[in-house]
Design a protein around this ligand. Structure first.
Ligand SMILES: Nc1nc2c(ncn2[C@@H]2O[C@H](COP(=O)(O)OP(=O)(O)O)[C@@H](O)[C@H]2O)c(=O)[nH]1
Ligand SMILES: [Mg+2]
Length: 295
């Protein structure tokens, strides 16, 4: 059996009684027509409806939590339990057309990618309007950090190489920011990621996202990723502000021949902020070297 032929599909589910059975059946329909050997692992995460009963009828391995771990934590659990190195993740709410997985897998194997993301930029995309401002802010921030135009930061349909993502599990979010943080972690560390346009259908049942809580969570997690991988992208611009004013005041003081405390304090503040950034950057570089040696 070729290693390129084996796929683990992970489906996180929390109260998806309306669509979990159809999702698993559709996955079999699509994958059954291919040469791939595959397993489907559904992570039923503290559902209080009939998701468990529906999963009993479906043909899938089930990881069943009595309590709610969260979207990202469930994906990590599923990935750790999986048997193969090629991981596909998709949602259980009927939004991602299952046949799109084949396009992603083709690209993944042809280009030997670390991750292929189904970008929701196809002809038929149903993203609620209310989410667009937060999505725009996050994408702009992500572009600043990675210098890459990321067409879809948090799509839930993607193919990933298990060995590429597991080393980042400690910084990848256990909540909904799993997808955002895995994207940033791979880009910040120069892994090969491709985006393929896909369609995105209207959801069945209610979304589990809580807009305020989850947007705050997104920003917190992005900040943490930056601190881990690109600390100078945050510290350098912050240091620039007191540095700039310190210099302006210093020139003014020198012209007046009267050195005041303000300019010195500002320059010192700028220097201290920059030093912390450099220290964080140094720690990050050393961690990368250690990780590479351990590999
Ligand atoms: N395991 C697990 N899955 C979850 C949880 N919350 C949502 N999901 C699943 O994650 C997928 C995406 O959730 P959804 O509410 O549709 O988020 P949205 O697509 O961003 O609106 C669906 O398959 C949900 O069932 C959770 O707490 N745990
Ligand atoms: Mg959804």
């Amino acid at each position: 059996m070729s290693i390129n032929n084996t796929i683990s599909i992970i489906v996180p589910a929390h109260n998806e009684e309306k669509s979990i059975y159809t999702t698993i059946t559709n996955l079999h329909k699509v994958m059954g027509q291919t040469e791939y050997t595959y397993e489907i692992i559904a992570v039923n995460d503290g559902s209080t409806d009939n998701t468990y009963e529906e999963l009993q009828k479906a043909d899938a391995q089930v990881i069943h939590n009595n309590y709610n771990l969260g979207y990202g934590a469930s994906l990590k659990l599923g990935i750790r339990h999986s048997n193969f190195d090629t991981i596909v993740i998709t949602d259980a709410d009927g939004t991602y057309p299952e046949e799109e997985i084949l396009k992603l897998l083709d690209n993944y194997f042809i280009y030997n990618c670390d991750m292929v993301v189904g970008a929701r930029t196809g002809e038929n995309v149903n993203i609620p309007l209310i989410r667009k401002p937060a999505k725009w802010c996050l994408t702009t921030l992500a572009k600043y950090l990675t210098r890459i135009d990321i067409p879809d930061l948090n799509s839930g349909l993607r193919v990933m190489k298990k060995t590429s993502v597991i080393p980042f599990f400690n910084v990848i979010s256990p909540g909904f920011s799993f997808t955002t943080t895995v994207t940033l972690a791979l880009h910040c560390n120069d892994y090969l990621v491709r985006y393929i346009p896909i369609n995105y259908l209207k959801r069945q049942g209610k979304s589990k996202i809580k807009p305020v809580r989850d947007t705050i969570d997104f920003f917190q997690k992005i900040f943490r990723i930056v601190m881990y991988f690109k600390p100078l992208k945050i510290f350098a611009p912050i240091a620039l502000i007191p540095g700039f004013f310190g210099l302006v005041f210093l020139i003014r003081d020198l012209i007046k021949m009267n050195l005041a405390q303000t300019s010195i304090l500002m320059l010192l503040t700028s220097f201290m902020i920059l030093s912390i950034g450099l220290l964080a950057d140094l720690i990050d570089k050393r961690l990368v070297i250690i990780t590479n040696i351990e590999k």
